[in-house]
Ligand binder design. Sequence first.
Ligand code: SF4
Length: 222
Amino acid sequence: MPLKPPPPPPTPAARRRANRILALLKKRYPDIGTALDYQDPWQLLVVTVMSAQTTDENVNRISPVLFARFPTPADLAAANPEEVEQIIFSSGFYRQKTKSIIALSKDLEERFGGVVPDRLEELVTLRGVGRKTASVVLAEAFAAPAIAVDTHVRRVAGRLDLTAHKDPVKIEADLKALYPRKAWSGISMRFIQFGRDICEARRPRCPECELNRICQWPFKRV
Ligand code: SF4
């Protein structure tokens, strides 16, 4: 079967528009990083896994207790799951999260000498670590060029016509094609915060949105 030709690169006008959007978001959020508390890349991996389906504030309440009891990947790798479950119970989905954070710590110990790798291809080989979590860790802990696509990034990028896709991997590819590599690590957190503050899922605050004139979303409120 003949290979599908790669999609054409974005036009200069599309790139300019995308950069204008990012510039406005940078104005709103000049300095932004994850709201999750962490001391090192391994802790960020763990708290990012724990943050699924709960708030960052909730994780920040739990994680100091977890890391005081299990200060290193080796400690968590050898942990009794029941004890971990008790500590992280209030984060929700605590059984699955316990499995994931113990498994990823074991993998780190066994295959990477307890050191978090700084390459996407290696990070996603850790059990419980998907592309989104890996990209968060790369962008935040290593300031490496990476774009994590979560539900907010997907919604905001779609409404702003930066992608026509729903699949996170394709959205990531579209954003990476639109923006220069050096901008990648500053995209996700700004899109996420903007999605939380303004471009909310159910009731976007279009009248107070600085992107209103750029946004062509047919359902936007003026
Ligand atoms: S105008 Fe509305 S839909 Fe468009 S980006 Fe702003 S908040 Fe989102």
